[in-house]
Design a binder for this molecule. Structure first.
Ligand SMILES: Cc1cc2nc3c(=O)[nH]c(=O)nc-3n(C[C@H](O)[C@H](O)[C@H](O)COP(=O)(O)OP(=O)(O)OC[C@H]3O[C@@H](n4cnc5c(N)ncnc54)[C@H](O)[C@@H]3O)c2cc1C
Length: 349
């Protein structure tokens, strides 16, 4: 074993997933230096085992009680300004940096672009996987390049933004699961300029904060206030944020549903032939908000969030997710897809 990484066997993952599920990994590898990834992957302790990267486990559902493989956790956590001019800065961020701490780090340096993404749990390295997004912004808006170790070629590589295949909660990293280990991001952030207040609710929140000006710091504070009210805190009740993606459907189906349900929120997409529907609205309308079966439940605070009230198993949460999705399919003819990665089972309704 090298000091660049450390290995533990039969490791508990309870502290490593925000659903706070009891699960075990055959091997848990903590990577202190990304340069050691080739050596780690060749370590006899990992021979024959599947591997997956785990950040903070805030977008993962461990459906089985044991992952018969090796978890790789990147603990390299530095950030620096690589280059700057009068209007922009190019920031290099290691995968192990905590996302929300990075948001503050950029604000402290007068940089803007990440403020709408404040308070999203997890590590920076996970941000491009599902192209994290909130309050009218996505990480794709700020990514210049993603540095990774490509297991298919056995080499370190760099993907420019246009090669990352970013989409709504999607990317090439997510589609080609476990192929690339993200080691660092290069972001381009601006100095000055207007903040993004397109998302309904943000101007109102700034007004409720005493009519403060929409500086990046105030926008981040407003986002944190709204999120604190809307979403259950994983420190208090296990959850992985939104459990389902907002479904993208044919415009004709969206129009048909809107004719039946005038209150259904429908959003445009880049493709005029499709529309995005509010999954939360569909789930709530199907009667699931606040539902509880044992310790597996649907949050009473937000219908899109599945919660572990204490001792739910991953299988129980998965069963509940399947029931919710099946009921939405029956009521509205719309298929819901999970947003978190389900480990140890397939999500089929
Ligand atoms: C309360 C709450 C609110 C949330 N709100 C939002 C939100 O507003 N918007 C949003 O988009 N998401 C949201 N999420 C989901 C989650 O925070 C993000 O997806 C986050 O980026 C996951 O980071 P993580 O480190 O926990 O990744 P993990 O959950 O550990 O991993 C997620 C996926 O990324 C892969 N992965 C992680 N790190 C790497 C790496 N370095 N290289 C390659 N693959 C990697 C994993 O294998 C897995 O497939 C929320 C979650 C919670 C609990």
């Amino acid at each position: 074993m090298s000091a660049a990484y450390s290995l533990a066997r039969d490791a508990s993952l309870r502290a490593w997933n925000t659903f706070r599920l009891e699960a075990q990994a055959a091997v848990f590898a903590t990577v202190h230096d990304a340069a050691a990834l080739p050596a780690l992957l060749a370590d006899p302790a990992l021979a024959g085992l599947p591997t997956m990267v785990l950040g903070r486990g805030s977008n993962v559902l461990f459906a089985a009680r044991r992952y018969e493989g090796a978890i790789l956790h990147l603990a390299c956590a530095g950030a620096r300004i690589e280059q700057e001019d009068s209007t922009h800065a190019w920031v290099h961020v290691d995968a192990g940096v905590e996302w929300d701490a990075l948001v503050d780090w950029t604000l402290d340096r007068g940089l803007q672009g990440l403020e709408n993404l404040a308070l999203i749990p997890g590590q920076a390295g996970a941000a491009p996987i599902q192209n994290i997004g909130a309050y009218g912004a996505e990480i794709a808006d700020s990514v210049v390049a993603v540095h990774c170790f490509d297991r298919a070629t056995g080499s370190f590589t760099r993907l420019d933004n246009e090669d990352c295949g970013f989409g709504y909660r999607d990317s090439v990293f997510k589609r080609e699961t476990d192929r690339r280990i993200v080691t660092a991001l290069q972001l381009r952030l601006s100095r000055g300029g207007a903040t993004n207040l397109r998302y309904a609710g943000l101007p109102e929140e700034l007004a409720a904060m005493g009519g403060v000006p929409p500086t990046p710091r105030n926008v981040a504070a407003a986002v944190r206030r709204i999120r604190g009210r809307k979403l259950p805190d994983p420190a208090l009740v296990g959850n992985a944020g939104s459990f389902f993606k907002n479904p993208v459907v044919a415009s004709a189906l969206a129009a048909e549903l809107q004719a039946r349900f005038a209150a259904l929120p429908v959003f445009p997409t880049r493709d005029p032939a499709t529309r995005k529907l509010s999954a939360a609205w569909l789930i709530e309308r199907a009667g699931w908000r606040g539902f509880r079966d044992g310790d597996a439940g649907v949050s009473a605070q937000h219908a899109l969030v599945l919660v572990n009230h204490g001792a739910a198993t991953g299988q129980q949460l998965l069963d509940l997710a399947r029931r919710v999705a099946a009921s939405v399919a029956t009521s509205f003819g719309v298929q819901l897809e999970p947003e978190p990665r389900v480990v140890g089972a397939q999500f089929v309704t």
